[in-house]
Design a protein around this ligand. Sequence first.
Ligand code: PHE
Length: 342
Amino acid sequence: KIQELLAHVEDLKAKNAEQLELLRIKYLSKKGVINDLITEFRNVPNEQKRELGMRINEVKTAFQDKINSLRQSLATQEDDHSDLDLTRTPYPIEIGTRHPISLVRDRLIDIFNRMGFTMAEGPEVEDDWHVFSSMNFAADHPARDMQDTFVVEQHPDIVLRSHTSSVQARVMEKTQPPIRVICPGRVYRNEAISSRAHCFFHQLEGLYIDEKVSFADLMQVMLTFSRELFGPETKIRMRPSYFPFTEPSAEMDISCHICGGTGRHGDHDCVLCKGTGWVEILGCGMVDPNVLELNGIDSKKYTGYAFGLGLERIANLLYRVRDLRLFSENDKRFLEEFMAAH
Ligand code: PHE
């Protein structure tokens, strides 16, 4: 029996504290196997008692040791948190969506990158020179009026840029032609906030300066990008306009992508183009030679074109957003509508 028990001791296993307690009761308690041995021991002849007593003690110690070591390893298992991921959030993670303005910006970046335009950047807090003077605004030009532009009161030379054309100046002052850049960014204007106006919005500026750049080049790039964005049937038209930094200047329309330029939707006028068949999308023109000279570029050698478009405007055309304020309110119901547009 003793032999059997000793052979068995190493096989003892306990997965948890309850199983371990059952083992202890089975072998080491008052009514346990080993106490039974001790009871039997009393009936053994005296001359065998010494030898047998030692063997029984041996078994008892073996079981005590085994059960103690099982208890030890159970305890260290409980302390072992190596499978615990403390970076996990305690609640299910909600997946966000890309903002419609980012979606439009990234599509435009992609289109213009493929036509060889690289990215340029400039600060949102700018000086008067880069926003206005270097862009050929006369000292008394109404766009410099405090009504439109946010100005630092103690520092009237510092403004929040009111258009991304300031980045044109930032690029020209450090680079000689050929220049072919786009600059997306946020701009600020002191407008009362409504469904149709906001005190900040986003633009994407384009600038191309090289030898012999013509208005035809501008038209072709505008046509290509419009067709990429609004479909291969899209037409463009230029209407004469005025900007201080371009000459000639134009406002560009695209044929309405909702009614296909017909202006009609069944028996009523198209809601988007109001029956005209055209929607306005951007301002552009040939860089005024004055602007080239003001920014250190030889206007006899080089010509260029520039364009500036509003990202909210494009997003409105693509996604029919009716209230500009939705773009900056972060209402999840609005943002989740763009889940599928990724
Ligand atoms: N900066 C002009 C605006 O904000 C847009 C523009 C950019 C026009 C470049 C012509 C050339 O309205």
